[in-house]
Design a protein around this ligand. Structure first.
Ligand SMILES: [Zn+2]
Length: 225
């Protein structure tokens, strides 16, 4: 992921979202007031929407393996890098579901994100990385194809909420099967954990399942994505 700290709305060297409490610690914003204001904007964006019908993005959830925000670089030392999404571990081949109805604006398979899909839902943009399959072109249009998983997703296609759009794989820069799930609102990054927390609250899922515990990455080599 490109290093663009100026577009970060909420950064935290250690971001813990525990139950319904949010603790965002900004250690990189040169202008604390600006960061705080943007943090509020981000939370507002997450809360201003009705997520009653929203879908959790992956089946066979195992764990949140790397949070959104800044983390130590894969090369270690004093270097930090920005992680523009939430890593959700699931067994390889588990199905990925579309979080929110929208239009496929991009499919790709040549970056660290691996085989991926970007869906736009109004001002929201959701990205799914490291999927199984690859991209092909036909009739001048690009599509993601995962034949073993029975998946074919075309650019420009409208995808309903909850529909299977691919499977968890290991394409791109990753050391283990997981879904890297990125969210943007009005082109600014949003911490997916904020949205998931709001979803769980609205959907009144049992408290045990609604508790999101995100800690420092257990896999430091899985950097960038
Ligand atoms: Zn990631």
């Amino acid at each position: 992921m490109a290093q663009r700290p100026k577009k970060v709305l909420l950064s935290g060297a250690t971001l813990l979202v525990l139950g319904l409490s949010v603790v965002g610690i900004s250690t990189f914003g040169s202008n604390v007031e600006t960061v705080t204001a943007r943090e509020v904007q981000q939370r507002t964006a997450a809360r201003n929407n009705g997520w009653l019908a929203a879908s959790f993005p992956v089946e066979n959830f195992q764990a949140y393996t790397s949070p959104f925000g800044y983390r130590r670089s894969a090369t270690g030392g004093a270097n930090w890098e920005f992680h523009g999404g939430l890593d959700i571990a699931a067994p390889q081949g588990s199905y990925i579901r579309n979080w929110w109805v929208g239009t496929v604006v991009k499919v790709g398979d040549r970056t660290a994100c691996g085989t991926h899909i970007v869906i736009k839902s109004g001002e929201w943009e959701h990205t799914y990385c490291h999927m199984e399959g690859h991209v092909e072109t036909a009739y001048g249009r690009r599509y993601l194809i995962d034949r073993a998983g029975g998946i074919q997703i075309w650019e420009g296609q409208v995808i309903p909420t909850g529909v299977r759009i691919g499977r968890v794989g290991m394409t791109g820069r990753t050391t283990g099967p997981h879904l890297h799930w990125g969210l943007k609102y009005a082109k600014n990054y949003v911490d997916p954990a904020l949205v998931l927390r709001e979803m769980f609250t609205q959907q009144q899922i049992a408290s045990r399942e609604s508790r999101i515990v995100i800690q420092e990455s257990k896999n430091q080599r899985d950097s960038g994505y």
